[in-house]
Design a protein around this ligand. Structure first.
Ligand SMILES: [Zn+2]
Length: 392
């Protein structure tokens, strides 16, 4: 890459990475948004049950804010949830939105912040850059607080909505960038090891795919992807072995956040394109879907991305030696070993997929043209089917 190659880069203006930071969220919000009186927390029922929402609420209330909570977000949120949350925000007169949860809660929070103060219908927002820039449609201030280390949704400008039985639509717009992201490992200590592993592998995929993204790879996304992989590869197994290792947990959150910043500018590719149908049709979690196809897509890409994979091997498997091809191959093996060590499923059959499903998966994957276009190697339908067959 020549340094005179033009590129652009956007991200959230403010990030606080600090164990315990969510316990002083009220102060962090009051400092940045003086005069805010009514805030809405967007979360999911599972996280609500952990009891970790209460101290966050108390911190906001301690600064004189009225706090309402919308806790009905579900995985792969359907339009009805987004509309329900936006209606609740209007009814409560919310002046600021806080996404507190995994990718789904943060995605819903992004859309609530846009919809609550706008008369533009959600259906008109799908696509890239379709959110109204009319100053009359003002987005509410938005704060994102992730409770998993994976999606990086706290620093991306995309929200995914389930619009049909298995169909999903994305809203991609600069208005979806939060004003503030708060990374607090204290919120992630209760995550089961298997969830920690799958979401952590997803974050590593974000970094790998950003680093090899065909069109928008740039010096900033490269730097972020490398640092993300360094943090994630050094801490993923540690965080799985001891969920209360706060240092490892904080490093994972930061790694996932940096990977999110990278792929928000240098988009993900075929691993995600082939993972989406697995999630859509078989309701397999996003992180696991990616992990299942990862080594097979990397192996397919290898001849077209040898140099870049070898560079990343220098971070993930520093002891890897030999030719560029040997080191690139070591990266793939290392990613497979992480799944094996942490007990993540490694075959499609383990999640209920059979030979008969491969054609449908391949057909659906080919619809992900936006993602496939970023892949270092062109993928035909036959290639996609062969990759699924290898992953079976
Ligand atoms: Zn992902």
């Amino acid at each position: 890459m020549s340094m005179t190659t033009a590129f652009s880069f956007s991200t959230v203006p403010s990030i606080v990475s600090e164990p315990g930071a969510s316990l002083r969220l009220g102060q962090l919000v009051a400092e940045r948004f003086p005069g805010i009186e009514r805030v809405l927390i967007v979360t999911d029922p599972g996280f609500l049950r952990t009891g970790l929402v209460e101290p966050v609420r108390a911190s906001l209330a301690g600064q004189g804010m009225q706090v309402s909570t919308y806790a009905e977000v579900v995985a792969d949120p359907p339009e009805a949830v987004v509309q329900g949350a936006a209606g609740f925000a209007r009814q409560q007169g919310a002046q600021l939105v806080i996404g507190l949860g995994g990718g789904s809660s943060m995605d819903v929070a992004k859309l609530v912040a846009v919809l609550a103060g706008s008369d533009q219908p959600l259906a008109e927002m799908y696509g890239i850059g379709k959110v109204s820039a009319d100053p009359a449609n003002k987005r509410l201030p938005l704060v994102q607080v992730p409770t998993t280390a994976g999606t990086g949704s706290e620093v991306t400008n995309i929200a995914i909505v389930t619009t049909g039985e298995t169909t999903k639509m994305g809203v991609v717009a600069p208005q979806l960038y939060a004003d503030l992201a708060v990374l607090d490992a204290g919120l992630t200590v209760g995550l089961p090891a298997i969830v920690t592993a799958a979401t952590g592998i997803d974050a590593m995929v974000h970094a790998i795919e950003a680093y090899t993204s065909r069109h928008k790879k740039n010096p900033l996304s490269d730097m972020l992807a490398r640092q993300a992989l360094s943090l994630l590869s050094a801490n993923l197994v540690k965080a799985c072995e001891n969920g209360h290792d706060l240092d490892a947990r904080q490093a994972m959150l930061l790694g996932a956040c940096l990977a999110g910043q990278a792929f928000s500018n240098a988009p993900v590719a075929a691993v995600h394109a082939l993972a989406y149908p697995i999630g859509g049709i078989f309701h397999v979690a996003h992180g696991l879907s990616n992990s299942l196809v990862l080594p097979h897509v990397l192996r397919f890409n290898l001849p077209y991305a040898t140099g870049l994979y070898a560079e990343l091997a220098g971070i993930v498997v520093p002891h890897a030696a030999g030719s560029e091809e040997a080191r690139a191959h070591a990266l793939i093996v290392a990613m497979q070993q992480i799944a094996t060590i942490t007990g993540v499923e490694t075959t499609l059959q383990q999640v209920g997929i059979t030979e008969h499903d491969l054609d449908r998966l391949a057909d659906d994957a080919m619809l992900q043209t936006r993602l496939l276009g970023n892949n270092p190697r062109e993928i035909t339908r036959e290639d996609a089917r062969a990759i699924y067959a290898a992953a079976l």
